[in-house]
Design a binder for this molecule. Sequence first.
Ligand SMILES: Cc1cc2nc3c(=O)[nH]c(=O)nc-3n(C[C@H](O)[C@H](O)[C@H](O)COP(=O)(O)OP(=O)(O)OC[C@H]3O[C@@H](n4cnc5c(N)ncnc54)[C@H](O)[C@@H]3O)c2cc1C
Length: 343
Amino acid sequence: MHLSKMVSSGVASLAFALPMLGFAQASASNACSGSSCVSPRDLGWNTVVQKDVIIMGGGASGLYAALRLREMGKSVVVVEERENFGGHTSTYTVPGTGAPINFGVQVFGGDETAIRRFFGFYNIPLIQVQPSMAPQSNTRHVDFKTPTGLQTIKASKLLISAPPTLENMAPLLLDSREIPLFSSFKSQGYFVGMVNVTGFAPGDEFYNMAPGATYSLPQLPALYQISPTSVAGIYQVNYGAQEDYYPEMLVKADIIATVERVRRSVLGATVAQHLPPVKLLAFSSHTPFSLRVSAGEISSGFYTKLDGLQGYRSTWYTGAAFSGHHASHVWKFTEDIVNRRFA
Ligand SMILES: Cc1cc2nc3c(=O)[nH]c(=O)nc-3n(C[C@H](O)[C@H](O)[C@H](O)COP(=O)(O)OP(=O)(O)OC[C@H]3O[C@@H](n4cnc5c(N)ncnc54)[C@H](O)[C@@H]3O)c2cc1C
């Protein structure tokens, strides 16, 4: 696997994105400000990498695009801001047994051709499961060994697969055609975690419902689901917030408080108070999630204008904001973009 990861923090990704755009679109070799110019080497970026395509984002769509482009004979580099590729995948390893429990992406459905194509890149066999019976022990992991540190990359094409929020796109120095589109997106907070809680009966699962509300949906922010895993005493929790800026510290505290409250109401306060406190074993933020615009903006041609940006300033787009939040749809869309625009 010759994919490369360049950046390991959000701040660094900002610093990286600026030279990325300069080299990809203007072939600039120096960054100048006022009367002084600095070369990438002056900034400590010692290696200059030349590729056909830069892909920003190493999640579902970015990795599919990278593997497909390599299959087509193109050289690619994937820039990912997190420590690991994989987007919304999250795995907790049970101490002692080493058993992996997935608490992010778990099951693939929808377009079977796209699913088989993606896993075929890795020679990973697939099995049919009922979602509630997904066997955790059959998880296979692909370990990406990636270089660290800052590098300068030259490429003639840029493929954005990260969520096109204004924050992610701003370093690319957007123009007056792009800013109104990317600033229209709204998104929400989506968090998942693993908790250790004793006292529930095997198989107990809890849904947060608000009787009387539309579709009985609870008011967010709130924990809305507690599900058992393959390991007794370990439960997956799902938490949602209307806004994408809801602080993780509050989410974590609310998860523990809510699970404690549910346990008290199931067992009674007298029994519950003698049990070990609920412990948050793992936590993962999937924010910003579900980029969307209003119905009015859609009827005013938002997505036609967004699609019109494909290829503008040597930049193309894929990912859930363009295709919807379903891995197989994301892969199908990416296959189409790569075939039509990068052949
Ligand atoms: C908790 C959870 C569980 C899910 N479970 C399933 C499931 O079981 N089955 C299913 O089909 N779908 C599932 N989905 C939906 C599915 O994961 C998404 O549809 C899919 O991952 C979208 O792919 P993407 O490439 O658009 O985004 P992602 O996979 O999120 O990839 C985007 C990548 O860009 C990176 N990035 C962001 N900003 C920057 C930046 N500035 N610079 C560089 N990199 C950046 C991110 O870190 C991420 O790795 C789930 C989603 C969530 C949140």
